[in-house]
Ligand binder design. Structure first.
Ligand code: HEM
Length: 395
């Protein structure tokens, strides 16, 4: 067997569910930094221990720009949105972050809580009118964050289905041919260019209008940066939230006693959401970083120019950091986790995500204390995160 054949393919083969992955535990124990081959054919180092994952995410010698701009290792051969906030290193990144962060501040997310609660109530009331059986993804976990993102961007809610289809393409690792992903990005860029032009002409009370006007010491977002940011918002802000919400509800219904705990003690919901985010093995991969100098991680030298995948899903189950990490304990006090990343690119929408997850789960347990799964979930495949495609429930 030659050297190339010995390298394991990554992502690892699909498995339904979000429970702990035994292969990650084994890697953390015996081979915390291994070479893997990505769908592009390029190789990367896969890093699974908490300390190494944090280091890769926080240390400026691991660059996002080198994983997205110019030549270099890539996960696949689709777009890397080189103008986007996720593709930038400081000081470029710090400038973009200063311009967009106020529009997504924790305070702003809290002001949206009332509207999100209202929307949750409306969607669940619609579900209640059905004959005690529904697909929770179609009725609830998808439309809630989709409406939130449409309102945030000031896009018509009616365009939601189209945005959802583009989002699916953006999240594909192997689910779609590269050409289909690129076509979706082109269509989305065209749509957003028109939306930006409309907002420039008639600013509204929405984030896109704020971002167009955003200034920082005379600086502002270029057209390319603005469009790329909206695409990241759609894939990250909507797609990740919708996938994660469906996944977390699946974890609750998979063991009915978990759901019952939150029905009895809804005051646990904020910390239970953090524990669910920690526990869920939802990230199949991660945004690549490229080393800008030789660096040692758990005894392995990562050379300048080599790619690194920092696996937060695995880090969140590191035995050295969490007691009984493979136990989903909804009463665990303030479990710290890396589900929103770490360092400069830490999720700028984390508080808005938390508000949606908390309100959605509070709404569910309030409206449907008898909710239960009606058969196994059907799972998405070949995307950057694992999540249920459908989640049939009864009540
Ligand atoms: C449960 C839902 C969410 C999860 C698990 C999540 C997770 C993440 C993670 C892990 C990163 C860092 C990626 C990296 O370091 O390579 C990130 C970045 C980001 N997220 Fe989220 N996210 C969620 C919801 C949201 C929402 C609701 C928004 C906005 C509406 C959002 C907007 C962003 C943006 C713009 C970035 C890039 C930040 C930067 O590069 O500085 N996310 N997210």
């Amino acid at each position: 067997m030659n050297q190339a054949e010995e390298i394991q393919a990554f992502p690892f083969p699909h498995r339904d569910g979000l429970d702990p992955m035994p292969e990650f535990a084994e890697l953390r124990r015996s081979a915390p930094v291994i070479r893997v081959r990505m769908p592009s054919g390029d190789t990367a180092w896969l890093v699974t221990r908490h300390a190494d994952v944090r280091r890769v995410l926080a240390d400026p010698c691991f660059s996002r720009a080198r994983a997205t701009r110019g030549e270099g290792p890539r996960i696949n051969r689709t777009t890397t949105l080189p103008d986007s906030i996720l593709a930038a290193d400081p000081p470029d990144h710090s400038r973009l972050r200063r311009l967009v962060a106020p529009a997504l501040s924790g305070r702003r997310a809290e002001t949206m809580r009332g509207e999100i609660r209202l929307l949750t109530g409306q969607l669940l009331a619609g579900m209640e009118r059905q004959p005690r059986h529904a697909d929770l993804v179609a009725c609830f976990t998808r439309p809630l964050p989709l409406t939130v993102i449409c309102d945030l961007l000031g896009a018509p809610r009616l365009d939601g289905d189209q945005l959802d289809a583009w989002n699916d393409a953006m999240r594909s690792l192997t689910a779609m041919p590269d050409a289909a992903v690129m076509a979706a990005v082109d269509e989305m860029t065209e749509y957003l260019t028109d939306l930006v032009a409309a907002k420039r002409a008639h600013p509204g009370d929405d984030m896109l209008s704020d971002l167009i006007a955003a200034r920082d010491e005379g600086d502002r977002l270029s057209e390319g940066e603005l469009i790329s940011f909206c695409i990241v918002l759609l894939a990250g802000g909507y797609g990740t939230t919708a996938d994660r919400l469906a996944g977390l509800v699946h974890l609750l219904l998979d063991r009915p006693e978990r759901y019952q705990v939150l029905c009895r003690e809804p005051q646990l919901i904020p910390s239970a959401v953090e524990e669910l985010l920690r526990y869920a093995q939802a990230n199949v991969g991660a945004n690549l970083r490229v080393a800008t100098e030789d660096v040692e991680l758990s005894g392995v030298t990562v050379k300048e120019g080599e790619a690194v995948i920092a696996l937060t899903s695995s880090a969140n189950h590191d035995e050295g950091v969490h007691t009984e990490p493979d136990l989903l304990d909804l009463t665990r006090a303030a479990p710290a986790h890396l589900a929103f990343g770490y360092g400069a690119h830490f999720c700028v929408g984390a508080q808005l995500a938390r508000v949606q997850l908390q309100e959605a789960i509070a709404g569910l347990v309030g409206h449907f204390p008898g909710l239960r799964a009606a058969g196994p979930a059907d799972w998405k495949r070949g995307q950057i995160t694992r999540s249920p495609r459908t989640l049939h429930v009864r009540w």
